[in-house]
Design a protein around this ligand. Structure first.
Ligand code: 5GP
Ligand code: 5GP
Ligand code: 5GP
Length: 216
């Protein structure tokens, strides 16, 4: 009974392309630590069930405490940057992810291990490099199938892909979902994929440098 609220089957490990968050109608704000790398950033590690359902906000008695991840902050700023407005140091985004999702896997990953696990998974997957090896780079349009195939080939596991729209309505690659076993140790084949909303052809937009922004 005690543990039933935290039962889940696997994690979604979700990474976001900053270019696709920032070029929307809503725009974005860089964190106070500075412009993020032109690389996929972590969005979250989300407990999920095989039937597509998922638990949320599982333990209000175990709220996010920045003191638990002090030693990870530097890496978090680099690899888990917040792009929401108004500009802030990221603690809000990380706290939101812990409180909403992390508390639902606290029986396997405490706060420090939760963030450490996500950072490790991102290092292990290196999506930008995998895509580049298949000729898929920011600045181009690609078939959805071709993006999925490239990741399957480079990583051994097929991803879920989420698209959004830029300011002019163009369909673009926004988030990549990978699945992870419920101990957080390894990438697995996804038991179920999130709904995709991607068209056949999707843009992989650049995350412009300040110079490019100035030119446009
Ligand atoms: P959206 O409505 O933008 O797809 O999702 C809003 C939020 O709901 C996400 O940021 C995430 O916190 C949660 N969410 C959406 N889809 C899923 C899912 O398939 N699994 C889990 N665990 N959370 C999800
Ligand atoms: P979710 O609830 O979908 O897991 O997470 C999205 C929440 O985190 C939203 O409230 C959003 O405003 C906030 N947030 C802060 N920074 C970011 C970011 O860089 N990307 C996304 N997707 N959400 C962010
Ligand atoms: P959350 O309110 O739950 O902050 O965000 C709700 C939705 O709006 C999420 O899909 C999140 O990614 C998006 N969102 C929130 N704040 C921003 C922002 O500053 N810029 C952009 N592009 N999206 C945002």
């Amino acid at each position: 009974v005690l543990s039933s609220a935290q039962d889940f089957d696997f994690f979604y490990f979700v990474q976001q392309w900053p270019g696709s968050y920032c070029d929307t109608k809503q725009s974005c704000c860089y964190p106070t630590s500075g412009k993020p790398l032109a690389d996929f950033g972590i969005h979250g590690l989300w407990p999920n069930n095989n039937d597509g359902s998922y638990p949320l906000n599982c333990d209000s008695h175990n709220p996010f405490k920045s003191s638990e991840i002090k030693e990870l902050i530097g890496q978090m700023q680099k690899h888990w940057p917040t792009l929401a407005c108004p500009s802030n140091d990221g603690l809000k985004f990380w706290g939101h992810e812990w409180n909403k999702h992390g508390t639902c896997s606290e029986s396997v990953l405490d706060q420090h291990s939760y963030f450490e696990t996500a950072l490790r998974l991102q290092k292990e997957t290196n999506l930008l490099e995998i895509l580049r090896e298949s000729g898929i780079r920011p600045g181009g349009f690609y078939r959805l199938d071709e993006i999925k195939e490239a990741i399957k080939e480079g990583l051994g596991f097929a991803p879920g892909i989420e698209c959004n729209r830029d300011e002019s309505g163009t369909n673009q690659l926004y988030q990549i979902f990978l699945c992870v076993d419920n101990s957080g140790k390894q990438i697995i084949e996804c038991p179920v994929f999130p709904r995709s909303k991607c068209r056949d052809k999707v843009e992989f937009p650049v995350f412009p440098s300040i110079t490019e922004e100035g030119q446009s």
